[in-house]
Design a protein around this ligand. Structure first.
Ligand SMILES: Nc1ncnc2c1ncn2[C@@H]1O[C@H](COP(=O)(O)OP(=O)(O)OP(=O)(O)O)[C@@H](O)[C@H]1O
Length: 261
């Protein structure tokens, strides 16, 4: 089997006159955590939505495990979608469903499971993300920001996906909550062998969890490599991002030995 989970080639996304991506190439390797960074409006979310089939690109190809997903029928696409979990910004839980029902939803919708069986699996997923059983009956409105992210992660993992997509998962969390979420993500990624596509602005997360970092700039992937190589890349935005005051503070605190730094 190929080592490439996702291959994006010559991607173009255009909204009216506004070209967001042009000639964008990117490979995501099986079992890695790839972090996608870039300035506001550089097209990180549009890239993620394109891979997920939520935005139809203007041109180019996207393969997931070798399948050209832009050319699949709706039914074939559903089969691919069952293998991907997504955590959207803000968690996006359904406010009318309790925690267990939220997590159970993909099992009911995609696999047609009954409420009891789906609820049992949801309880296991809840434990997986470190929440106790009582949380299952709670409504989303009563959860803290950190708990919402954990429940959304449990829901993203409901179908036992190989690939996990996360859009700004630590946005809105305090530094301690964000650090805990990153540790949980790392533990689960390693335990479950997940391929992770992570969009984030959070420098602490980038240093803690990335195997490789892709920088989106000038409508394409400007550089994709290990963190130390990307941080050394000679580009104004990259240098300001990784070596500005915030970047320096994080790199001094968090450079992890296993990343060779
Ligand atoms: N459906 C759409 N219609 C028109 N323009 C869009 C649409 N979706 C995204 N865009 C535009 O595409 C550009 C890239 O948006 P995107 O949300 O991907 O940026 P981003 O890198 O994720 O930014 P941020 O870091 O601020 O979240 C923006 O200028 C946005 O306004």
């Amino acid at each position: 089997m190929s080592d490439i989970a996702i291959a994006v080639r010559n991607l173009r996304n255009q909204f009216g006159q506004h070209v967001v991506h042009e000639g964008l190439d990117l490979d995501v390797y099986r079992g890695e955590v790839l972090t996608v960074v870039g300035g506001s409006g550089s097209g990180k979310s549009v890239l993620m939505r394109s891979i997920l089939g939520l935005t139809q690109p203007t041109a180019g190809s996207i393969q997931i495990y070798g399948e050209d997903v832009l050319r699949l029928s709706a039914a074939e696409r559903q089969r691919v979608d069952r293998n991907t979990g997504v955590l959207f910004q803000k968690g996006a839980l359904f406010s009318s469903l309790n925690v267990r029902e939220n997590i159970a939803l993909p099992l009911r919708e995609h696999l047609g499971m009954n409420a009891n069986d789906a609820g049992d699996i949801a309880s296991l997923k809840l434990a997986l993300v470190g929440l106790d059983a009582q949380t299952a009956e709670t409504m989303p409105q009563s959860l803290s920001g950190g708990m919402i992210k954990r429940v959304a992660l449990a829901r993203a993992l409901a179908l036992d996906p190989d690939i996990l997509f996360l859009d700004e998962p630590t946005a809105g969390l305090d530094p301690i909550g964000a650090g805990e979420f990153d540790s949980l993500l790392q533990t689960l990624q390693q335990a479950l062998g997940l391929t992770v596509f992570l969009v984030t602005h959070d420098l602490d997360s980038i240093y803690q969890v990335s195997d490789r970092v892709a920088v989106l700039s000038q409508k394409k992937v400007l550089v994709v490599d290990t963190l130390d190589k990307v941080a050394a890349y000679q580009d104004r935005w990259v240098q300001a991002y990784f070596h500005g005051p915030r970047g320096r503070a994080v790199s001094n605190q968090q450079m992890r030995p296993e990343h060779g730094n």
